[in-house]
Ligand binder design. Structure first.
Ligand SMILES: Cc1cc2nc3c(=O)[nH]c(=O)nc-3n(C[C@H](O)[C@H](O)[C@H](O)COP(=O)(O)OP(=O)(O)OC[C@H]3O[C@@H](n4cnc5c(N)ncnc54)[C@H](O)[C@@H]3O)c2cc1C
Ligand SMILES: *[C@@H]1O[C@H](CO)[C@@H](O)[C@H](O)[C@H]1NC(C)=O
Ligand SMILES: *[C@@H]1O[C@H](CO)[C@@H](O)[C@H](O)[C@H]1NC(C)=O
Ligand SMILES: *[C@@H]1O[C@H](CO)[C@@H](O)[C@H](O)[C@H]1NC(C)=O
Ligand SMILES: *[C@@H]1O[C@H](CO)[C@@H](O)[C@H](O)[C@H]1NC(C)=O
Ligand SMILES: *[C@@H]1O[C@H](CO)[C@@H](O)[C@H](O)[C@H]1NC(C)=O
Ligand SMILES: *[C@@H]1O[C@H](CO)[C@@H](O)[C@H](O)[C@H]1NC(C)=O
Length: 546
């Protein structure tokens, strides 16, 4: 340890900042900031030979349980990123799985004469248009929500849910049986299909793997309109292809999610470090300890951002006075965030086990912040902050997020450059950083990870202030993102993007590396016309004359 003493100061500056931000975000004409990325290929497409009138008449013959909407579809051209806006020709509001399969089969049978593509839209919490379909069909998966959520109790309990179900609803339903999924995301207002198409990673992943390692079975509608049930044993290739498959091989209509006993309460702890290598050494030790914490994450505090002044601030320590007066004095600090589950009966045991785990760590002794909340309150923590930001108009603003997996052997090189050189003044939002050991992850899924067993998830969860041209504006943040990406490339850190975003197929090929061949094979097997998830920009639909 031996860290210099910290100065504790009363800070009112952040409130002023939020006020100014609030004011700026309400300046008229302040939202026209869409970056002009290299989207030329998408924007200057030839007009589709099947115009919207044709589409109406052809889709309307399908006789569905649900319905199509052809007007006022602007919500489908929007996502959490608030940077990409592609208007579809139609939005399907399915009431049944056949609604989805009939629609896709119809489009498949039109063949390459039509340029129609199909994007499943979960909760639209992508940040770069991944759930959008330029002049195509968007399927509003949430219309399928609450179709028979069924909890099965037994030796290996599980729940069957719709692909459009929100994780928060699954939590409430399974808790009625004293059960819950084991692996989560930090935010639960996301759909099953949306997170399973990526990975679904949070502080439980070091122990249980990501959400895609906790699925027993899927029902999928392929790009040919076939409805296929798949699992580890049945249609294995499709099963693993779809998990982490960025929506490229099929639409997840149902999923069987593994469950475990749910605790009633959690002890929620934050401790601070001033030295990066001490911080990561402790994190690495914790993810390989016996009877460790149930959740292990961490974040970077640059000029005090991230501790209390961010959207994860539902953390309410037992000594709020101490926490409120805490100041980083302009230095970068590292916060370890851990949670231990418990039930009211075992308060004593949990207390002892926590003291034991903490005694092996080397954090700054005066910086132990402890909170005690219900399991639901902990898991749904980000929603509390969402509501606050929404009230201030600070939720629906651009979110130029960047997510990485960084190999353990290079994490200090990464940190030195990023936190020592590129992001020195402010981070414009939380930066998460925590290690996982992927030997506990299923390695047959489509998810691409670094070669080392242990790697760090690093998430830059930035918000850009509409109409700002300063360091909190979109242009500045995008430029910083580029510097970060350029550094990772030139330093050859062996990183992989999580929730990846690329513009060219060459970049995608490099992203998948040796897995690209299998990816291509699966694409031609399950979605040969490249109808599905065009917003990922991995494939462009093949059309007859091009
Ligand atoms: C506030 C916030 C917090 C987050 N926290 C985490 C986190 O802690 N951990 C983490 O791993 N991720 C996190 N994410 C990222 C999130 O998991 C992804 O953005 C996810 O895609 C969002 O789910 P969605 O339901 O909104 O999906 P959408 O954005 O609607 O869709 C994502 C992609 O999946 C496809 N898709 C959607 N539904 C289906 C389906 N049923 N079948 C096949 N493909 C489908 C879409 O076409 C699109 O390509 C967070 C995002 C936000 C906004
Ligand atoms: C956006 O990109 C297009 C095509 O590359 C270009 O013609 C246009 O001038 C750009 N617009 C802005 C505002 O940069
Ligand atoms: C669509 O195409 C049909 C012929 O294929 C044409 O009659 C119709 O006017 C077109 N509609 C629009 C809106 O362009
Ligand atoms: C960060 O801290 C330094 C040192 O205290 C200060 O000079 C700088 O203005 C701070 N930056 C922000 C954005 O608060
Ligand atoms: C354990 O119990 C003691 C005494 O009640 C309390 O002071 C301490 O904060 C507890 N520790 C944890 C980690 O809950
Ligand atoms: C990762 O986990 C595996 C299996 O438990 C273990 O053998 C390995 O030592 C771990 N790696 C590290 C670096 O902790
Ligand atoms: C995948 O995991 C299995 C079981 O843990 C292991 O035997 C195998 O070597 C791994 N394969 C790769 C390519 O890492």
């Amino acid at each position: 340890m031996g860290s210099p003493p910290l100065i504790f100061l009363k800070h009112n500056i952040i409130y002023l900042k939020v006020f100014i931000i609030f004011f700026l975000s309400h300046v008229p004409n302040g939202t026209n900031l869409c970056p002009n990325h290299s989207l030329a290929t998408l924007k200057v497409q030839r007009p589709p030979r099947l115009n919207s009138t044709n589409i109406v008449s052809s889709l309307e013959t399908l006789g569905l349980d649900g319905y199509f909407s052809f007007e006022n579809n602007h919500h489908a051209a929007k996502d959490f990123g608030n940077m990409y806006h592609f208007l579809p020709s139609a939005v399907l509001h399915p009431k049944s799985v056949p609604d989805i399969s009939n629609t896709i089969r119809h489009i498949y049978e039109m063949g390459s004469a039509s340029e129609l593509t199909v994007a499943a839209r979960g909760h639209g919490h992508s940040t770069q248009g991944q759930a959008q379909a330029h002049q195509g069909v968007v399927i509003n998966m949430e219309s399928l929500q609450r179709l028979e959520m069924q909890v099965h109790i037994g030796k290996t309990p599980y729940v069957d849910v719709s692909g459009g179900e929100l994780w928060i609803n699954i939590l409430h339903e399974t808790l009625k049986h004293g059960l819950a999924p084991k692996s989560w995301t930090d935010y639960l207002h996301l759909t099953v299909g949306g997170t399973l198409s990526n990975a679904g990673i949070s502080g439980q992943a070091f122990q249980h793997g990501p959400q895609i390692s906790n699925v027993y079975q899927l029902e999928v509608v392929t790009g040919k309109g076939e409805v296929v049930t798949c699992s580890e044993k049945k249609n294995t290739d499709l099963f693993y292809g779809v998990l982490g498959g960025l929506g490229q091989f099929g639409i997840i209509t149902r999923a069987r999610i593994s469950l475990g006993p749910a605790p009633k309460m959690v002890k929620w702890i934050r401790v601070l470090y001033s030295d990066f290598s001490t911080f990561t050494k402790d994190q690495e030790q914790l993810i390989s300890s016996e009877n460790s914490f149930d959740y292990i994450e961490g974040f970077i505090i640059i000029n005090r951002t991230g501790l209390l002044n961010n959207w994860r601030s539902s953390f309410r320590p037992k000594d709020p006075a101490q926490a409120n007066q805490f100041s980083s004095d302009g230095r970068t600090l590292y916060c370890l965030e851990v949670v231990k589950h418990f039930n009211p009966d075992d308060t004593k045991t949990v207390n002892q086990s926590i003291e034991n785990l903490l005694s092996k760590l080397s954090y700054i002794p005066s910086t132990l912040f402890l909170s005690e909340v219900s399991y639901v309150e902990f898991l749904d923590r980000v929603h509390v902050s969402e509501k606050k930001l929404q009230a201030k108009g600070l939720w629906e603003i651009p979110h130029p997020w960047l997510n990485f997996f960084v190999p353990k052997s290079r994490i200090s090189d990464f940190a030195e450059e990023i936190f020592g050189n590129i992001l020195t003044d402010t981070s414009n939002g939380p930066i998460l950083i925590y290690p996982v050991n992927q030997s506990k992850w299923n390695n047959k899924t489509s998810l691409v990870t670094p070669d080392e067993d242990v790697f760090y998830l690093v998430a830059f969860l930035t918000s850009a202030m509409p109409s700002s041209t300063g360091t909190d504006g979109l242009a500045h943040i995008l430029n910083q993102n580029k510097r970060i990406l350029d550094f990772c490339a030139t330093a050859e850190l062996g990183i992989k993007q999580y929730l990846p975003h690329y513009n060219t197929q060459e970049e995608w090929q490099a992203h998948f590396g040796p897995h690209w061949k299998v990816f291509v094979q699966r694409k031609s097997a399950y979605d040969p016309l490249a109808i599905l998830a065009p917003g990922q920009r991995i494939y462009r639909k093949a059309t007859r004359t091009s």
